[in-house]
Design a protein around this ligand. Structure first.
Ligand SMILES: Cc1cc2nc3c(=O)[nH]c(=O)nc-3n(C[C@H](O)[C@H](O)[C@H](O)COP(=O)(O)O)c2cc1C
Length: 229
């Protein structure tokens, strides 16, 4: 087969590929890389990570357990933005979390403004590294009996979803950040439960080397006096 080829992309753009010789394995590879490069360019233009949802799904190799096993507290972040679709997925993970009586007593303030991140880093004494993160989600809760449990679960879902994309994070503060409220215009009757900075880790993490008590010390089988392990 000789001549030119047009590939119609999902975004209605067209890639023209021409080749003089018969189509072969390399043509297919080149065509595929052309599409990938093209998608990357479009993605860059729209500030999105460059894999489609389907591709990402196909490439997901971490099981939920692997994500849990390898996630660690990340306190140093690369100066690299998180693609907007990944940010949205992290946000959605919190939004979709279950809550007691489905009351959803939470609010998530997505902060990407450098100056605000800097300010949050100054105010959160146990998390000055928020200032280096490209993103932080301030998790606030209504004053209901289950708000802390509900918000904690949402935070964990966000942390794990981020880690699935290689985005590290950490939990900063615990229901003790009233000083943050005026910076973000949070009303008096709402508590700031935590700030979660997100970003790509400076150092390689995630080999699953966690410092944890032995399983048998905290997990029991059937009765308190019988260790699980
Ligand atoms: C409720 C909660 C509050 C935390 N608060 C802070 C904090 O204020 N600052 C901080 O640097 N890390 C904080 N952390 C992170 C823990 O210190 C960290 O997860 C723990 O030491 C285990 O380390 P690993 O996650 O790397 O295994 C918090 C974690 C949790 C679950």
């Amino acid at each position: 087969m000789t001549g030119g080829r047009f590939i119609f992309c999902a975004d209605m753009s067209i890639i023209t590929i021409s080749y003089g010789a018969a189509i072969n394995h390399y043509d297919i590879i080149n065509t595929a890389s052309g599409i990938v490069a093209h998608r990357a360019a479009i993605a860059q233009k729209h500030n999105k990570s460059f894999l489609s949802r389907r591709e990402k799904k196909e490439r997901r190799i971490l099981s939920v357990f692997d994500v849990v096993r390898t996630v660690l507290a990340v306190r140093q972040f690369r100066d690299e933005p998180i693609p907007e679709d990944v940010v949205r997925e992290i946000v959605e993970a919190g939004h979709l979390t279950a809550s007691a009586g489905n009351q959803q007593p939470w609010h998530f303030i997505v902060v990407q403004d450098k100056e605000t991140l800097q300010k949050l880093g100054e105010l959160a004494k146990s998390g000055p590294y928020i200032a280096q993160a490209p993103l932080a989600i301030v998790v606030a809760g209504e004053q209901t009996p289950f708000a802390v449990s509900d918000a904690s679960r949402a935070i964990q879902d966000q942390i794990l979803t981020a880690w699935e994309h290689g985005v590290g994070s950490n939990w900063v503060g615990f229901n003790n950040l009233p000083q943050v409220k005026p910076v973000l215009g949070i009303p008096d009757n709402i508590d700031v439960i935590a700030i979660i900075p997100f970003g790509y880790p400076v150092n390689k993490v995630g080999k699953g080397n966690k410092k944890r008590k032995p399983l048998g010390e905290v997990v029991h089988r059937e009765r308190w006096d019988q260790p699980f392990a």
